[in-house]
Design a protein around this ligand. Sequence first.
Ligand code: ATP
Ligand code: MG
Length: 310
Amino acid sequence: MVSNAFFLGKGGVGKTTVSAAFALSLARKGKKVLIASLDPAHNLGDVLDAKLSDKPRRVEEGLDALEVDLGSWVDRYLKESKEELKSTYSYNLALNLDSFFDIMKYSPGTEEYAVLWAIEHIRCELAAGYDIVVFDTPPTALSLRFLAMPAISTRWVAELTKLRERILARRQTITRINPSSPVASSCTDKDSDAVYGKLGSIKGRLAGLQSLFSQESYVAVVVNQDILSISEARRIADELDRIDIPLRAICVNKRGLSDAPWTLDPRLKSSKSFEFDFLRGGLSSRDDLTALDNSGLVADFMAEASKGTA
Ligand SMILES: Nc1ncnc2c1ncn2[C@@H]1O[C@H](COP(=O)(O)OP(=O)(O)OP(=O)(O)O)[C@@H](O)[C@H]1O
Ligand SMILES: [Mg+2]
């Protein structure tokens, strides 16, 4: 059942504006909505006219908002990983965990995991209090990497699980042949092996996130009438296709800003599209967001959200 929305797209196309207007419309229709910014350079608070933090704050009746503190999620992810490694490999004093984790903080993948665990936290700890959670996304490169992470990591975890099974089987063989071997005192069966158990729990968490992205989310791409945002939207559409996340809609924002002749790229036409006018007076308050007519998009989302609940 769809109860989340993500708006992706090139920088500056209006992701935050469209997300905020969408969340506001749903809240004003009586839904309980949480909007969460995942962008490290937050400006959701500016768009909503509200001071936000990393905990949900009431913006108005029906609408709460938060800005995820990615830095603290990176620290938390590294701290938890360090504790786990320390307890699992306490016998291995040769591994200098502190210097290893200093490097990991800046390693590829760390930020993506931090975003994932922040989303998982919202899903598991906060979402129950709301009908809908809307995510304001970071730049495309990071968004595509965290969206792909569950699918990719699941494959990694499957390989590591097989490897662990082989290790445990060999330990059993050695113990049978030589019960006085030092291996005999280590864990040999899956049920009591901490590493095997940990791999199982990561697999479950990743499956939950994959289900969130591919089945429980309305993923849309925002474009403008310009070639660069359209090219980026095509790349996003291709990537979403590869990771089995359906692209539900294209939001053509700032319509009328350019008077050049315009039709949507045929390669994006397989998704529904919705248009939003360029508001010449600009958007300086929360109420200005209501001038953005998003009734078509909201109706389509509600139709998707009601599927599976009937
Ligand atoms: N329909 C619109 N009419 C007029 N101005 C708009 C419209 N949509 C967005 N804008 C303006 O365009 C600018 C960029 O919008 P916004 O911050 O929502 O984009 P973004 O895609 O979230 O950017 P970033 O990639 O930096 O997060 C803002 O000044 C916003 O007020
Ligand atoms: Mg933004």
